[in-house]
Write a new protein. Structure first.
Length: 116
């Protein structure tokens, strides 16, 4: 089970830090990702971190502004979002996968709203 939190309302240029807590002691066996879905749009990839935290991947739209990290001892993955823009407004979801390909588990989402 994945529980995302940390969303809210922020002005453009501001920052937010999202957290996603997992209930699984096998958390370190999963690659973790963040996705987002804006109203009227399809869900899109934001960032991914490998199970050890050694490698990270980002969508071009957030590269240089967002940072994904994880704390395997606390079964938690984070998304630090800086220099937020109105187009970052969306519901953000965390997800986990144990093997290459599709994500197996999804959190419930947390709303991020960036005002101009």
């Amino acid at each position: 089970q994945l529980q995302a939190s940390g969303g809210g309302l922020v002005q453009a240029g501001g920052s937010l830090r999202l957290s996603c807590a997992a209930s699984e002691r096998t958390f370190s066996n999963y690659d973790m990702g963040w996705f987002r879905q804006a109203p009227g749009k399809e869900r899109e990839f934001v960032a991914q971190i490998t199970r050890s935290g050694a490698r990270t991947y980002y969508a071009d739209s957030v590269k240089g502004r967002f940072t994904i990290s994880r704390d395997n001892a606390k079964f938690t993955v984070f998304l630090q979002m800086n220099s937020l823009k109105p187009e970052d407004t969306a519901v953000y979801y965390c997800a986990a996968k144990s093997s290459p390909g599709r994500y197996d588990f999804w959190g419930q989402g947390t709303q991020v709203t960036v005002s101009s």
